[in-house]
Design a protein around this ligand. Structure first.
Ligand SMILES: [Zn+2]
Ligand SMILES: [Zn+2]
Length: 271
C-alpha cells in the first residue's frame, strides 16, 4: 500500500475514534425527551410552540409584532424585537444553554430552524387567506394591515445580521452562536446574510454581570460597521437571547448611522 494511502487510512481511523470519543462524552440526545439521535427530535420539535403575544420591550405592553409603542420608541434605535419562544420552555432553554456553555454547535441548526419557522408564521399572520375571504373578513384584514410594521411586507428583502462576538471571545469559544442561528435562518428563508460587516470593536465587561442601566452604558461604542452604506435596507438582527435589549439597540444605532431602514431583533427567547 502506498504511504499516502496508509496515512489516509490512519487519519480516517483517528477521525472515527475522535467522533466516537466525542459521542461518548456528549451523546447526541434530544433536550426534550432524551431520545438518542438528534438534539431536538421530531416529536419534541412538533410540540414546540411559538410565543403567542409579542410586546413592547420598553413598557411590556402586549402587541402583535413586538414593535416599540409610540411612547417608548423615542428611547430606542431598534424598531422592535421578535421573540420566538418562551425561556420557560425547558426544551428551548436547554438548547440555548447547551449551545452557549457546552459548545454544542450542531444544536444551533435546530434552533435556527425554529426561528425560521417562527418568521414564516409571523408573515402568515398578515396574509389574507381563503378562510378570511369566505368569511368576508377581507376589509377587516386590509384595515388591519395599516398597523403592520413595514418590515413584514418585504421581510425577505431584509438583510440578516448576527450579533457579533468580540473576536477574542469567538476564538476561545470556537464559534459565534448567533452567526450559526443566522446562517440557518438565512438559508431557510432565502434571505441575504452579512456576518462580516458589523463587528464588536471593544471587549467589554460581559453584560450578564450588569444591571439594566449599566448595560446600556457598557455597550455604547462596542460595535463598528465596515460595510457599504445600507441605503434604507431593513435589517433583522439575530441573537439567541434578549435581556434588556441594550446590545441589540446599540447594534441598531450603528446600523442606522450607516443607512439601515428598519432594524428589528429576532431572538429565540427572553432571558
Ligand atoms: Zn424529544
Ligand atoms: Zn412601550
Amino acid at each position: 500500500m502506498p504511504p499516502f494511502k496508509k496515512i489516509e487510512k490512519l487519519r480516517k481511523r483517528l477521525n472515527n475514534l475522535g467522533n466516537l470519543a466525542l459521542g461518548f462524552i456528549f451523546p447526541i440526545e434530544c433536550f426534550g425527551c432524551g431520545r438518542e439521535g438528534s438534539w431536538i427530535c421530531g416529536d419534541c420539535y412538533q410540540s414546540l410552540e411559538f410565543k403567542e403575544a409579542q410586546y413592547c420591550l420598553g413598557c411590556k405592553k402586549e402587541n402583535r409584532f413586538g414593535e416599540f409603542c409610540p411612547s417608548c420608541e423615542q428611547r430606542y434605535f431598534l424598531d422592535g424585537i421578535l421573540i420566538a419562544g418562551d425561556y420557560e420552555n425547558e426544551l428551548l432553554s436547554a438548547a440555548i444553554k447547551h449551545i452557549k456553555y457546552h459548545l454544542v454547535r450542531s444544536a444551533a441548526r435546530e434552533l435556527g430552524k425554529y426561528l425560521a419557522a417562527f418568521l414564516v408564521n409571523e408573515i402568515n399572520k398578515i396574509k389574507v387567506n381563503a378562510v378570511d375571504l369566505k368569511a368576508g373578513r377581507i376589509w377587516e384584514k386590509l384595515e388591519d394591515t395599516q398597523n403592520v410594521p413595514g418590515l413584514f411586507f418585504s421581510l425577505r428583502e431584509a438583510l440578516i445580521i448576527p450579533v457579533p462576538l468580540h473576536p477574542r471571545r469567538e476564538r476561545s469559544r470556537g464559534f459565534n452562536q448567533s452567526a450559526l442561528l443566522a446562517k440557518t435562518v438565512a438559508g431557510r428563508m432565502a434571505m441575504d446574510m452579512d456576518s462580516g460587516s458589523l463587528s464588536r470593536v471593544k471587549h467589554k465587561t460581559p453584560q450578564a454581570k450588569l444591571g439594566e442601566k449599566e448595560r446600556r452604558k457598557n455597550v455604547i461604542g462596542s460595535f463598528g460597521w465596515k460595510g457599504e452604506n445600507l441605503k434604507g435596507r431593513s435589517v433583522v438582527l439575530i441573537d439567541d437571547v434578549v435581556t434588556t435589549g441594550s446590545t441589540l439597540n446599540e447594534c441598531a444605532r450603528v446600523l442606522k448611522e450607516n443607512g439601515a431602514g428598519e432594524v428589528w431583533g429576532l431572538v429565540v427567547a427572553k432571558g
